[in-house]
Design a protein around this ligand. Sequence first.
Ligand code: 4MI
Length: 403
Amino acid sequence: MTTVVPNADVPTSHVDPFGPDTLGNPLPFQRELRDAGPVVYLDRYDVFAFGRYQEVHAALTDWQTFQSAAGVGLSNFRYEKPWRPPSLLLEADPPHHDAPRAVLSKVLGPRALTKLRAAWMDDARALVDDVLASGHEFDAVTALAEAFPLRVFPDAVGIPDNGRENLLPYGDHLFNAFGPSNSLVAKGAPRVAELSGWVNAHCARDVLSDSGFGAQIWAAADRGDITYEQAPLVVRSMLSAGVDTTVNGLASVLYALASHRAQWNRLRADPVALCRSAFDEAVRWESPVQTFFRTATRDIEVGGTLIPDGSKIVLFLGSANRDPRRWENPDEFDLRRDPSGHVGYGMGIHQCVGQHVARLESEALLSALVARVESIDVAGPVTRHPNNTLRSWESIPVRVTPK
Ligand code: 4MI
């Protein structure tokens, strides 16, 4: 009798997607992954990888089969203790996921944001004016992509000024920790206790201002929509997910525009429409969050490969967003395309709950830039900041010509 091994011929890759070379330029590996097949086994980590849009999208929208509750990083919470208490949103599934999600979704929803819109537009103009007043050559990462979210988001959450500089390094470590415990995780380890201590302390009701997103989470606990035990962890999700992601998204759209003059000119010609949609094309093109993992809750066959119950699967969001099977000229940043359907914010029940906040930040910043600046160009060596999950930047030197 012969035993059928359904996945005996699954394409296998020995490449380390989290090694310095692949993190530095993930595109060649991602193409190999997509071309090797719908499912590839990464023997280095004993995980299955999906690199094509179709399978990534299907896994994201099937939370029953591809669960998040065992962790959305490489580590499986069934066997390894997580480095911090799991997120009630990101690392949970229905039914536990639903109440925190509903509360946060309302607090960060489009209706709630209309109240912030005018103030953020003014803040963006003030920031751009300050930057231009001190020169026409600057680093778009620090001067704009970091400065703007750090100016508006912690205020909106309601955390005090002191210690805000901890938000970016906390996020950097969090996103490294979804990957393997390589040198990037080791680099962050010495500050974990200090940074977690600071973040956790700023989830408490008495340190939050009484009108921000944080206070509204606690008010939801008063109403009984979530419990008082859940409230600080929902605040922690905002502090975890709300800064590094948008910083890198904004850096991406600024880099894209500074390196594509024709697209910058399109933006200037139709700023009302394009200052909003440019961000989504940049999120598709760069995919600030490159990967998330899921865990199979049963044996499942995908594209002819059997994925056994309990397996970890890494979803290459950035690869799906550049899959030529889904996108025409995927490597081109093009404001004429409709980027909707990209998986840069995920898809399905876990799709980014903060996406309206991110889009508003981008709309405000790009509107202010277009209003004040004639042209923007890359003016020096662009450097990346390595991270196991984020497509991140160290520096984007730009030169602008003010109006
Ligand atoms: C997609 S980025 C992200 C989302 C949620 C959390 C952290 C990062 C969290 O802690 O809930």
